[in-house]
Design a protein around this ligand. Structure first.
Ligand code: PGA
Length: 251
């Protein structure tokens, strides 16, 4: 079963079965890998994406795809964490995806959270995305507070890659991953404008904890208080939900 709803330019789809959601989201990626010679993919991290990356790495060969000519840009990274830190998003990406696919590691990019010169780091990350002609397909999760990347409520929609102070709600949600350690209070994130410049966007939200924020998106109100609400007017965005996150769309 699938329920679809269009809201201006964005398209919401609720899937009955988690595997159908993963397969459907993966097809956007597989189609891009097959149709574009040098695809540029925007990647996200978080719980939501673990089963997605597992699905991708287990199935891309079956679908006749290769990542050999692909370039990836991740949305964000914690300030102060190096690539080898188990809590860094670099580490997450290597563990869940990059080590399991045929991508050239030198074509995978994340902001460098361990940089001693964050001002230069954010500008060079944004510049690198532009030099690669922008992102063809950006995957996004959503925070329970509506953040995309680490663009917390109140972020200017014109923002490009920048350093953010994480909100209390994000710190509360994510601190469980930092066993016995204080989690960083700052991160580098692509800005809302960087994200909206992507040619195509696929947002995935699963679980009951996302139900409230999805209802705010469905209300159609575009506001800085819900950063993901700016996606509603993006020219090609699909929001994929499981039946818990999309419960109120099922009726
Ligand atoms: P989650 O994170 O997938 O762990 O819920 C999503 C996000 O904060 O963007």
């Amino acid at each position: 079963m699938q329920i679809r709803k269009n809201l201006r330019n964005s398209n919401f789809i609720v899937f009955d079965k988690r595997n159908d959601l993963l397969e459907s989201a993966a097809k956007y990626l597989f189609k891009l890998l097959k149709s574009k010679r040098n695809p540029v993919i925007g990647l996200a991290t978080g719980n939501t994406f673990e089963p997605f990356y597992h699905y991708i790495s287990s199935n891309y060969k079956k679908f006749g795809c290769s990542f050999k000519n692909a370039t990836t840009f991740n949305l964000d990274e914690y300030v102060g964490l190096s690539e080898t830190d188990m809590n860094s998003y670099h580490y997450y990406m290597n563990a869940h995806l990059f080590s399991k696919i045929d991508i050239n590691p030198s074509n995978t990019f994340l902001p460098d959270g361990s940089s001693k010169d964050l001002k230069t780091e954010v500008l060079s990350y944004e510049k690198l995305i532009c030099e690669n002609n922008g992102i063809d397909l950006q995957f996004l999760g959503i925070g329970t507070n509506g953040h995309i990347g680490f663009n917390e409520p109140g972020t200017n929609p014109a923002s490009i890659t920048h350093v953010v102070d994480l909100s209390e709600s994000t710190i509360t949600t994510n601190s469980k991953y930092f066993k016995n350690k204080n989690m960083p209070r700052r991160a580098i994130t692509m800005g809302i404008s960087t994200i909206l410049s992507s040619k195509q966007i696929v947002l995935i939200a699963t679980g009951n904890s996302k139900r409230n924020i999805i209802n705010k998106l469905i209300s159609g109100k575009i506001t800085q208080e819900v950063p993901a609400s700016f996606l509603i007017d993006h020219k090609n965005t699909t929001i994929m939900l499981d039946k818990s996150a999309g419960k109120d769309l099922i009726g």
